[in-house]
Design a protein around this ligand. Structure first.
Ligand code: 5AD
Length: 420
C-alpha cells in the first residue's frame, strides 16, 4: 500500500526521481505507523535531510503517509526544516500543495483531513512498462482490531468504483503489465453498488492481456464459499492467499476483536485447500499481545505446526497511540515476547524450507519479471504460488513471458530453476 502511494506521489508531481537526495528539488518521506519502530524511523529519516535544506533553502521537504497523519501539526512544530505533512487520503491534493509552497515560500502546510472526496484520484502510472503492478481497490478499514492504528490513520473503509478499477487495470496492462495485485486493507470485503469481491474477480478475468491476478490482504471472516468458488474457477487468479491469523488462541483473538475463532480460521483453510490443492498460504502473527500466556503462545505454535504456512510475517506487539490496546493494562514482558517471537520464527524457517524442498524437480509456470540483481546470468520470476525463482539458461526475450520452469534447488525463500 505504501509503495503504491509512493508511486502516486511521484506521478502526481510528474516527477523524475533522482538517485542522490542532494540533487532533488523536493524530498518527500512516505511513512508507516503500524509499529513504533517504523514510526521512529520515519522521523529520523526526515532529520537526515536537515543539512541539505541548510545548503539549499529552496529545497522543499515533506512527510507523507500514516506518521504524517498521526502526528500532523506536532511534526511541523518539532521539525523546523519540514515544509509540509500530508496524510494518505490527501495525496490527490499534493500537487497544488507543493505549488502553493513554492509560491509563498514561508508557508508551512498541514494536510491531514480525512474528509477527502476523491481519495483514489491519482493513479501510479508505471511508464517503465513493468511486468507487474498494483491497483488499489479500497482505502481505510472498518474492522476495529484492538492493536491496530490503520483505522485511525487511513480512516474508515472506502471502496473504489468498479469502473475505475477496470480503467486503471487497462492502463497498466496497456503499458506492459501482465500481473496485477489488487490491494486493500481487507481486500475481500470490497463491495460496490451490489457487486462483491467474488464478482470483481470475474470482471478482472475478462481483461484481455492480463495473465495473472493477485490480491492482498484478505480478512479471514470475509472468506465466503462464493469467494472460494470464484478463486477456484478463475484461471487467472494466482494460487496464493495471504490470510493474517494474528494468534492461535481464541482468548487472544477475542481481545484483539478479530471476529473469528481459531476453529473458523482452520475451517476456512480446509475449504480453501479442498477447492485449490496447490494454494500457497501466508499469514501475519502478533506475539505478546495483551496478557498472552505460555498456553496462548503454544496454541499459536500448534496452529503453525498444523497449517504449515509457506511464509509468516511475525511481529512483537507494539502499543499504538489511540488504539484500544493502548488502554489494556497487562502487557507481556519484553524479553518473554522476544523469546517467543524467536521460537516462532525459527520453527517457521524450518517449515518454509521443508515446504520448498518438496517442490524440487517439479515443473511450475513462472512469469519472468526481470534480470536477477545478484547474478548477471540469471533472471527473476515468480510462480503462481508467489515463490521466487532465479532462472538459469534463458535470455532477455523471456521477460514478460510465462515459462515452464523446473525447480532444481530449494532455499527457505527462493529457488533456482531452469526451463523444463
Ligand atoms: N504491533 C505489532 N504488529 C502489528 N500489526 C498491526 N498492528 C500491530 C501492532 N500494533 C501487524 C499485524 C498486521 C500487519 C500488517 O502488522 O500482524 O497484519
Amino acid at each position: 500500500m505504501n509503495e503504491y502511494d509512493s508511486d502516486r506521489i511521484i506521478n502526481s508531481l510528474s516527477a523524475n526521481p533522482v538517485k542522490d537526495p542532494s540533487d532533488a528539488d523536493i524530498i518527500i518521506v512516505n511513512t508507516c505507523a503500524i509499529r513504533e519502530k517504523a514510526d521512529h524511523k520515519a522521523v529520523s529519516a526526515v532529520g537526515k535531510y536537515k543539512k541539505l535544506k541548510i545548503k539549499n533553502p529552496d529545497l522543499i521537504i515533506g512527510m507523507a503517509g500514516c506518521v504524517a497523519q498521526l502526528y500532523g501539526k506536532k511534526l511541523i512544530k518539532q521539525i523546523p526544516h519540514l515544509d509540509f505533512v500530508i496524510g494518505p487520503r490527501e495525496i490527490p491534493k499534493l500537487r497544488d500543495l507543493v505549488f502553493d509552497i513554492k509560491e509563498s515560500s514561508s508557508h508551512r502546510k498541514i494536510n491531514t483531513s480525512m474528509d477527502v472526496e476523491e481519495v483514489f484520484k491519482v493513479s501510479p502510472y508505471h511508464k517503465s512498462g513493468k511486468v507487474n503492478g498494483f491497483v488499489s481497490i479500497q482505502q481505510g478499514c472498518n474492522k476495529k482490531c484492538a492493536y491496530c492504528i490503520v483505522p485511525t490513520v487511513r480512516g474508515s473503509e472506502i471502496n473504489r468504483p468498479l469502473k475505475e478499477i477496470l480503467e486503471e487495470s487497462r492502463l497498466l496492462i496497456d503499458q506492459g503489465a501482465k500481473e496485477l495485485t489488487y490491494i486493500g486493507q481487507t481486500v475481500n470485503s470490497w463491495k460496490y453498488e451490489g457487486e462483491r469481491f467474488y464478482n470483481l474477480l470475474d470482471y478482472l478475468q475478462e481483461l484481455d492481456g492480463l495473465e495473472r491476478i493477485r490480491f492482498t490482504t484478505s480478512f479471514p471472516r470475509d472468506i465466503t464459499s462464493k469467494m472460494v468458488d470464484s478463486m477456484k474457477n478463475n484461471t487467472k487468479v494466482c494460487r496464493q492467499l495471504h490470510l493474517p491469523v494474528q494468534s492461535g488462541s481464541n482468548r487472544i483473538l477475542k481481545q484483539m476483536k478479530r471476529a473469528y475463532s481459531v476453529e473458523w480460521y482452520r475451517d476456512s483453510i480446509s475449504k480453501l485447500r479442498d477447492a485449490i490443492p496447490d494454494l500457497s498460504l501466508s499469514t501475519d502473527i502478533i506475539i505478546g499481545f495483551s496478557d498472552e500466556s505460555t498456553k496462548d503462545f503454544e496454541e499459536t505454535m500448534q496452529l503453525i505446526e498444523d497449517i504449515k504456512f509457506d511464509t509468516i510475517y511475525s511481529f512483537k506487539y507494539s502499543i499504538r497511540p489511540g488504539t484500544p490496546g493502548e488502554l489494556m493494562d497487562s502487557h507481556v514482558n519484553e524479553d518473554v515476547a522476544l523469546d517467543r517471537l524467536h521460537k516462532l520464527q525459527s520453527r517457521q524457517r524450518e517449515i518454509s524450507l521443508e515446504n520448498n524442498l518438496k517442490q524440487v524437480n517439479k515443473s511450475y509456470k513462472v512469469l519472468v519479471e526481470s534480470e536477477s540483481k545478484n547474478n548477471p546470468n540469471e533472471f527473476f520470476g515468480r510462480t503462481s504460488q508467489n515463490k521466487a525463482v532465479y532462472i538459469k539458461n534463458i535470455n532477455k526475450e523471456s521477460i514478460g513471458k510465462i515459462l515452464d520452469i523446473t525447480k532444481k534447488e530449494a532455499f527457505q525463500n527462493s529457488f533456482i530453476g531452469e526451463p523444463t
